[in-house]
Ligand binder design. Structure first.
Ligand SMILES: CC(C)(COP(=O)(O)OP(=O)(O)OC[C@H]1O[C@@H](n2cnc3c(N)ncnc32)[C@H](O)[C@@H]1OP(=O)(O)O)[C@@H](O)C(=O)NCCC(=O)NCCS
Length: 187
């Protein structure tokens, strides 16, 4: 993938939109990470049909899909979606994100999600981004805390994952708060 398709770049990673050509690479990453992802996201098979369906949904104004790539090699190290985008007087969206077994624990997601925040606030003109996180998903909680999100509440039985309605903490960040953080990627 040409670097000209990058929307934003940080010191180590770059952000671009997910595309049809990413299916093979994402399938391998998802397969190698099945155990890690199952606990928090449930079991998901990335068939061509399912992938193409999600690409179609990313064409709609309510959703955007991105991949985070290593600047050195272009390899995908993470994925981020902005879902449920609401315009008008709210200008908000809900984040979904994942790293993979071979890419986690290296700071790529902090940098990459920081780029997503920057793009969402500057280019998509969103004002608020939310993340709903299971209370024992420590890695995800640490990630949003590093990026200046605040805990806003607790939703019992919020999402059906692995055959149960799971409680989630509700975290969010606003444009004002992001601009106050000292994170090197996020202004
Ligand atoms: C949530 C998730 C994306 C977080 O990813 P992550 O790999 O922890 O995040 P980063 O890539 O930013 O890595 C940060 C970790 O790398 C460590 N790290 C190692 N080398 C680093 C470096 N050079 N620079 C920065 N951090 C580094 C950090 O200390 C940090 O670990 P800590 O949180 O234990 O302190 C990942 O755990 C995941 O995909 N989980 C499964 C799916 C999921 O839960 N999605 C979210 C649902 S709400």
């Amino acid at each position: 993938m040409a670097t000209s398709s990058y929307l934003l770049q940080g010191p180590r990673v770059a952000l671009r939109r997910v595309g049809r050509e990413d299916h093979a690479e994402l399938s391998v990453l998802q397969r190698e990470s099945a155990e890690m992802l199952r606990r928090w996201l449930g079991t998901r098979e990335m068939t061509v049909e399912a992938f193409e369906g999600s690409l179609e949904r990313f064409e709609q104004p309510t959703r955007k899909g991105f991949v985070i790539c290593l600047r050195d090699t272009g390899a995908i190290v993470g994925g981020v979606n902005i879902n449920n985008i609401v315009r008008g007087s709210l200008q908000c969206g809900t984040l979904g994100y994942t790293s993979y077994a071979s890419t986690t624990g290296r700071g790529y997601m902090t940098e990459g999600l920081g780029l997503v925040l920057q793009f969402a606030l500057d280019q998509l003109e969103l004002h608020r981004l939310e993340a709903n996180i299971q209370p024992d998903n420590t890695a995800s909680l640490n990630l949003v805390k590093r990026l200046g999100f605040q805990r806003e509440g607790y939703s019992a039985a919020f999402q059906f994952i692995n055959d149960e309605w799971r409680d989630h903490e509700r975290w969010a960040v606003t444009a004002e708060a992001v601009r106050k953080t000292n994170h090197p990627i996020v202004r």
